[in-house]
Design a protein around this ligand. Structure first.
Ligand code: ATP
Length: 254
């Protein structure tokens, strides 16, 4: 049984304008999948549909054999703890410390009162330290997040997602604001997490070369439709052209 089944989904924000159209794919546990495509192809919308930040217009999303569209409010909260999100602009609370931001990843497991009072167990705190250590962030644990570089902020974002104990990490352009060195550090961490923790990673990327280097599988979107779904090695110049159209020239030179 696949971990995630996306069955014929469509999304329109406005009438007569389909942003996603009849999108179908299955994802297995532990896969590293990149989603590529030109600006406006629907990549962010697709990721947001998977954890119901955006509701689909048609089709089905089945996660661990459960139809995500039929979840009650309580079950939706539980569903979201299974899916960690990583964002281009990190979405951290800048005035809080690194460790506080990481612990925020546990809020999905708490009652409202526990959340307001920021009650975290010793085990949760220990785990936050362990994750930050793995991500090379120990010297920054008590710094405010607005004192960090972009690459460091993204590592906090990854630790916050991992402390949720997710089955899937959805990464929406995680390296779009980073220089090549910081990008490599982040992509290496994501690959390592996927392999060593068997966590599925679905990563939206603008960089075709990065997608090819790190992914088991690439999904190419154009105009809301899947035009390629296959191994990274299969991404030929012709296929890159079909995904990016007239913008493909520079990408094929890479
Ligand atoms: N909340 C919204 N309301 C209306 N239209 C939206 C909304 N969000 C996205 N869109 C439209 O949906 C289309 C797909 O946007 P989306 O952000 O999913 O694409 P993308 O492939 O992630 O693009 P980019 O690479 O530039 O981030 C675009 O035409 C966009 O304008």
């Amino acid at each position: 049984m696949p971990l995630l089944e996306v069955k014929n989904i469509s999304k329109q924000y406005e009438q007569d304008k389909k942003v996603l159209e009849e999108v179908n794919f299955n994802i297995e546990s532990g896969e590293f999948v990149s989603i590529i495509g030109p600006s406006g192809a629907g990549k962010s919308t697709l990721l947001r549909c998977l954890n119901r930040l955006v509701d689909i217009s048609n089709g089905k999303i089945i996660f661990q054999n459960v139809d995500v569209m039929n979840l009650s409010k309580r079950d939706l909260r539980k569903h979201r703890t299974q899916i960690g999100m990583i964002f281009q602009h990190y979405n951290l609370v800048s005035r809080l410390t690194v460790i506080e931001n990481v612990l925020h990843g546990r809020l999905g497991y708490k009652t409202n009162i526990q959340g307001i009072l920021k009650r975290y167990s010793e085990t949760e705190k220990e785990e936050a330290f362990t994750l930050l250590e793995k991500l090379g962030m120990m010297e920054h644990v008590y710094k405010r997040c607005d004192q960090l570089s972009g690459g460091q902020k993204q590592r906090v974002g990854i630790a916050r997602a991992l402390i949720q104990h997710p089955q899937i990490l959805l990464c929406d352009e995680p390296i779009a604001s980073l220089d090549p060195n910081a990008s490599k550090v982040i992509m290496d961490h994501l690959q390592n997490i996927s392999r060593s923790m068997n966590i599925t990673c679905i990563v939206n990327l603008h960089q075709v070369d990065v997608a090819k280097r790190y992914s088991d599988r690439i999904i190419g979107l154009n105009g809301g439709k899947i035009v390629y779904d296959g191994p990274a090695e299969g991404l030929t110049p012709d296929i890159i052209h079909s995904i990016y159209g007239s913008e493909a020239g520079d990408l094929i030179m890479e």
